[in-house]
Design a protein around this ligand. Structure first.
Ligand SMILES: [Zn+2]
Length: 93
C-alpha cells in the first residue's frame, strides 16, 4: 500500500483519474489524493517531472525518498521489486 510522503500514513491510492482525461482545459484528468491524516497531498511528486524530483533528491528532502522507495518501488504486497536485467552475455563457466 502506498504511503503519504508527508506523515507516512498508509493511503489506498495516490491519485484518481476521472473521465474528462481528453479535455486539455481541465488538465491531465488526474486528481491527487488528500491524506486523511495530515490533509496534505499524499504524494505531490506523482505530478512532478524528473528534474524536480532530482533537485529534491540533491536537497535530501525526506518526502522525495519516501516517494521513490515506498510509492515507486514498493508495490501492493509491500515488498520491493527491483528489476535486475539478466547478465548478457551469460557467464561461460
Ligand atoms: Zn499525511
Amino acid at each position: 500500500m502506498p504511503i503519504c510522503i508527508e506523515c507516512r500514513a498508509p493511503v489506498k491510492t495516490l491519485y484518481t483519474s476521472y473521465s474528462k482525461a481528453d479535455d486539455r482545459a481541465l488538465g491531465k484528468g488526474v486528481r491527487l489524493t488528500q491524506c486523511p491524516r495530515c490533509k496534505r497531498f499524499a504524494d505531490k511528486y506523482i505530478e512532478h517531472d524528473f528534474v524536480v524530483i532530482f533537485i529534491d533528491l540533491v536537497l535530501i528532502k525526506p518526502q522525495v525518498y519516501r516517494h521513490l522507495l515506498f510509492n515507486k518501488l514498493g508495490l501492493e504486497d509491500d515488498r520491493f521489486h527491483v528489476n535486475v536485467p539478466p547478465s548478457y552475455p551469460p557467464p561461460t563457466h
